[in-house]
Design a protein around this ligand. Structure first.
Ligand code: BG6
Length: 289
């Protein structure tokens, strides 16, 4: 594991183990690569991503916190919170000889700049365990004197051969808000999988179910187990939105889909002083039958 200046001069850890290769930027604690042994890369990063101080990386796993989407009472605040663009502090790197994984731990605590955007004292700890599987866990602690409420998302960009041939299973019969239809509340059919044939931006709520991304084009399934999460977000910008984003290639929408392990809207988390909460996602890759 080495720490060096990477794209844009930003500091990143590069991980090279028997079980997997990967990369993690300290800015935003953003995992930008994970490739288990004998597999193709699992995470997607835009070739047009900016690597700039204070800018979220377009791809990998940005962390949305302490709000998801626009900030409800302050539309001028950065979308998806500040965690994805703040510098995190590297706390430790530990090998586990048993499964040959490596765990990187990073920390972000409230400071003058975060308090200007969100007036609460918190400490966030992010543990990334990389190996044949990838496990990420974000623990938020209320270190202040009054309760607070927050939203969060592990905003994972997954690589697919062609999103039009892929599907997401595991959210059958689940309630969701359709952000491409004015946030209208809808419900998945009892056997319905999510397929992408246009801009897709859905916030599934009240669900702790595991999901699976089935990708026949790459002959693989990516399974996502989670705990401490009641929201799953599925996003693909499709053609027009991809064109409109300057840090996203015009045709790149075909190669990615976000399946985000989250707590948002009605699933926001309330923390009393001294309280803490952990959201966890576990990714595994297997060949299709
Ligand atoms: C998704 C949201 O999680 O993130 C979308 O549901 C949003 O509405 C997308 O467009 C990307 O957000 P951003 O801020 O990284 O461009």
């Amino acid at each position: 594991v080495t720490l060096a200046r990477a794209q844009g001069g930003l500091e990143a850890l590069s991980i090279d183990r028997e079980s997997a290769k990967g990369a993690l930027y300290l800015q935003g604690a953003t995992v930008t690569a994970w490739q288990p042994k004998d597999q193709a890369p699992v995470l997607w990063v835009s070739a047009k991503s900016l690597y700039q101080v204070d800018k979220a990386i377009r791809g990998g796993i940005p962390i949305c916190f302490p709000w998801f989407g626009p900030k409800a009472d302050q539309p001028s605040a950065p979308q998806h919170g500040f965690a994805r663009s703040r510098p995190w502090m590297l706390q430790s790197v530990a090998d586990d000889p048993k499964d040959r994984s490596v765990t990187v731990t990073l920390v972000l605590a409230a400071d003058r700049e975060t308090r200007a955007l969100w007036p609460h004292d918190f400490r966030a700890r992010y543990a990334v365990r990389m190996g044949q599987k990838l496990e990420i866990a974000l623990t938020v602690e209320n270190t202040g004197e009054s309760p607070f409420r927050f939203e969060e998302a592990l905003h994972t960009y997954l690589a697919v051969a062609d999103v039009r041939g892929a599907r997401v299973e595991g959210l059958e019969d689940t309630r969701y808000f359709d952000k491409v239809d004015n946030g209208k509340e809808k419900r998945m059919g009892p056997r319905e999988a999510i397929t992408v044939g246009g801009e897709t931006d859905r916030v599934y709520v009240g669900t702790s179910s595991a999901t699976e991304l089935i990708d026949p084009g790459m002959n693989r399934r990516i399974s996502i187990q989670k705990d401490g999460s009641r929201t799953t977000v599925v996003w693909n910008p499709w053609i027009d939105k991809a064109r409109a984003m300057k840090d996203f290639g015009d045709d790149e929408w075909k190669e990615m889909i976000c399946v985000e392990t989250a707590n948002s809207g009605p699933d926001a988390i309330d923390l009393e002083p001294g309280g803490s909460h952990t959201i966890r996602a576990l990714y595994a890759v297997n060949a299709l039958a």
